[in-house]
Design a protein around this ligand. Sequence first.
Ligand code: ATP
Ligand code: ATP
Ligand code: MG
Ligand code: MG
Ligand code: MG
Ligand code: MG
Length: 280
Amino acid sequence: MANSKYEYVKAFEQPDLLLPNTWIVVRIDGRGFHKFSTKYNFEKPNDRRALDLMNAAAKAVMTELPDIVIAYGISDEYSFVFHKSCALFERRSSKLVTTIVSTFTAYYVHLWASFFPETPLSAPLPSFDGRAVHYPSVQNLRDYMSWRQVDCHINNLYNTAFWALIQIGGVDAKSAEKELSGSLAADKNEILFSRFKINYNNEPEIYKKGSVVLRDYELVEPGAAQELIDEDSLKTVDGVALSKTQEENDKKRRAKARITVQHVDIIKDEFWERRPWLLS
Ligand code: ATP
Ligand code: ATP
Ligand code: MG
Ligand code: MG
Ligand code: MG
Ligand code: MG
């Protein structure tokens, strides 16, 4: 394209390349969803339809962006993990974040009616913010994921007790808050059990553990050999591995794999050991 005298303005753009060889997490979060959840009468503490909608939008994002390895969602937030070798958009932070945020938001709005058929959306429409953070080691990345799942647990236990006091106990929000302030996890479990006959352990896993979205390959049996040997990846020509072919096969396999949503522990080693392809 011909140069114009205006083209110098391009030089004002700042580079925002994320560091190479680091895990990238893009976390998005709904804007003002406390108010949004009131407007659409979300059930408290957990509206299952709203969580299913978040999960459906996250699945759509993962389908459109095969570079995403795994995603984890709670409440109005979702974290999407890109492999440390990811080269999408040359690892430009703003490109990665804005593409995820707009793809997610578009699907959230598009799929709304399937989950809330009786309540059409009206302005102000739902929107999400996003940020990219990189983590240099697998340990840092796993600690990040653990941090979000611990947050899910702490918030859900609190919210379950808080809303039981209000919905079953008949107290107002202020008294419920006062009663729970400074309480330990054991106290909340005790309030739920002795006052409301609720065993927190029996609450649905989706509320207690959040949602993990991943590509469904075959699980590795606990204790089995850690290497996943893909026949295609063993192809060689005159003894030289066809790394390009392997890369393409991996890509194809990723694109073909079914995407599933699970509500499981991602803090313990077992989850990662049984799915060695995630962090390899
Ligand atoms: P901000 O714009 O700063 O993120 P926010 O109001 O979205 O403000 P968050 O800390 O993100 O604040 O909290 C999200 C809130 O949305 C929750 O506290 C809860 O009230 C509500 N919410 C989100 N998902 C659900 C759900 N599935 N069921 C019930 N309430 C929900
Ligand atoms: P990238 O993802 O890199 O932005 P792109 O295909 O969107 O790739 P752009 O440089 O952004 O490439 O160009 C957008 C293209 O979309 C245009 O070249 C044109 O082909 C098409 N397009 C956009 N708006 C219109 C329009 N109103 N009418 C016809 N074609 C359009
Ligand atoms: Mg926020
Ligand atoms: Mg929010
Ligand atoms: Mg939030
Ligand atoms: Mg374009």
